[in-house]
Design a protein around this ligand. Sequence first.
Ligand SMILES: Cc1cc2nc3c(=O)[nH]c(=O)nc-3n(C[C@H](O)[C@H](O)[C@H](O)COP(=O)(O)O)c2cc1C
Length: 329
Amino acid sequence: MKKTELHLGPFQGITDVHFRNVFADHFEGIDKFFTPFFSGIHTENSKNLRTQEIAPATNNIHNLVPQLLSNDPDEIIRFSEQCAKLGYKEVNLNMGCPYPQVARKKRGSGLMPYSDLVAKIAQGTAGNFKTDFSIKCRLGYYGSNEIDELIPIFEQMQLSELIVHARLGTQMYGGKPDHEKFANIVSNYTGSIVYNGDIFNLTDYTLLGTRFPQVSKWMLGRGILADPFLAADIKAIAPNDYSIRKDIVYRFIMQLYLTRRKAKADNPAVIGRMKELWSYLSLSFSEPTLAWRLIRRSTDFEKYEEAVAQVFKNQSWIGAGFTSSGKMY
Ligand SMILES: Cc1cc2nc3c(=O)[nH]c(=O)nc-3n(C[C@H](O)[C@H](O)[C@H](O)COP(=O)(O)O)c2cc1C
């Protein structure tokens, strides 16, 4: 039987070093983590990489892949060199970010319509990597035919992995992933491929696993932010008892909060960070709207702690997870 490998997708503003460490302390099933993207690697000893987000002392470098947002071959190689020095074995290029201010500069998913630029990246980086190189992309920015022109270039680049979020950039995070098109890519691409998009529960995973028997690597996103047991459920290693699950979630959320407070010297911005996560996590409680309202309204540490205490006292953990109707705001 093929071995299932699960990746935790990067989320700028949520899956920072503290999230990844505390998550790995409490939940099982994730084989590989990705940093949210870095950018602006202008020098050989870039300031942007002198942070605990990537420092080996604060990260488990064996299962972490640093990600870069760039369209410049020299910058990509600089990133690979600096990550190699830190001990990393793989770096990832973000060709998926959909935000117009990024896409307009032909970066993220905004790079997908420009096969000439991607070919230049392939040429300019060939033979120069100090690490493995993988790409996380979409099907295209405007249209899903864009990836067809890129597949031969990706093949030539000998990527260690091609992660495909099966949406268009213009869809942002809405609408549905295009499974037809993904099937078409799977049959045309000979390298190692990872599926990403709307795996929200065990049923979604099972259906996709049946539809794509050739695929053994899956990246989880909003689904695992809403229900952190998703990876363990997929691998059938999660605790069956939902009150035990609730205790684990409580310990996770408290440890993450305290770790961030300590790391940020009690900067109130920590509450905003926690709210970002809660906008997903609330969905797995018995009364998601109420849970989210309580957390959203909290404006200082004391109120936040009270809100968390109320949610855990009055609600059960259902683990319903993310649904296509969206997160809590
Ligand atoms: C707020 C937010 C931030 C994200 N940040 C990144 C990022 O830094 N790098 C990246 O490759 N993807 C990023 N993503 C995309 C996710 O990693 C993932 O590909 C996407 O949510 C699709 O998977 P899903 O449908 O399972 O959620 C972000 C998504 C959201 C909603």
